[in-house]
Design a protein around this ligand. Sequence first.
Ligand code: AMP
Ligand code: MG
Length: 303
Amino acid sequence: MPLVARWGRLCAMPASDIASHDSGRLRDLLKVQPGSTVDLTSYDTRATPGFPGKGKKDAEQLREAMAPELSDLQERLYAGGRYPQDPKRVLVVLQGMDTSGKGGTVTHVFGMMNAAGLQLTSFKAPTKEEREHGYLWRITNALPRPGMIGIFDRSQYEDVLVVRVENLVEPAVWGARYDEINAWEADVAASGTTIIKCFLHISPEEQKERLAARLADPKKYWKYNPGDVDVRAKWAQYQAAYEAALSRCSTELAPWFVIPADRKWYRNWAVATLLHEHLLAIDPQWPAASFDVATEKARVAAS
Ligand code: AMP
Ligand code: MG
């Protein structure tokens, strides 16, 4: 069943059913089924699938209500990554067209969490040193350590997106990368990493408004890049490149989630909820003491 139809059905559910939906639901709702072919035009970028409230106010309240539990889960994950080391960690990949809200998601979702447990990397055009290595070299170097939540603002997928559209390498080279990325992600998952790949899906109309808003406010000039308009002119080519990446690289170990992102409040709620659902599934436990507690209590008392 196409996703739009599934969303429609869920949104038509009575409020009581939505409130009681099991915690795995948003994951299931937004996930790109491995092996399926994605048609991005079939998605409504203003939709709010799985959202149990009415609008922005509810979204912010729901996100705030989630914060204490997110913090607790994050602290458990972090503690587990210390001694004795549990390899579990999380990697959130954020991709989307310019202005889709990658930076806003970092601020609003990860801003609620403890910075000590976060590892944020924003990938730009590769530097001279990075270009001397394979494209996955800098990505591998940025992977989260045990106990950490890694956030990629852009990622290995740029190497099948901008690189493909701008012909930065031969088609045979980028064409081989989908399988390479799947194999690399399977290794990353096997090392204890829960991978959550989020495509923030905006419409071209929404992007135009956001670009105009950046030019209308001197406090937003820093976010504006004249090159964004050139990228925008290739909208269809980028959407096709995204469709290929979403279709070929959504796997059980590293699924893609398509997040309708024209409404910022929904985007923030959805990414926070996905993170929450995944952390609950990881169920990180406080590590046992690596020392004898009674002995140490006696030593502290006697000191
Ligand atoms: P921003 O995220 O707005 O700071 O822009 C970063 C820029 O770096 C975007 O134009 C990306 O397309 C570009 N970029 C990121 N990764 C790559 C890559 N592997 N190859 C070429 N350009 C890249
Ligand atoms: Mg930019």
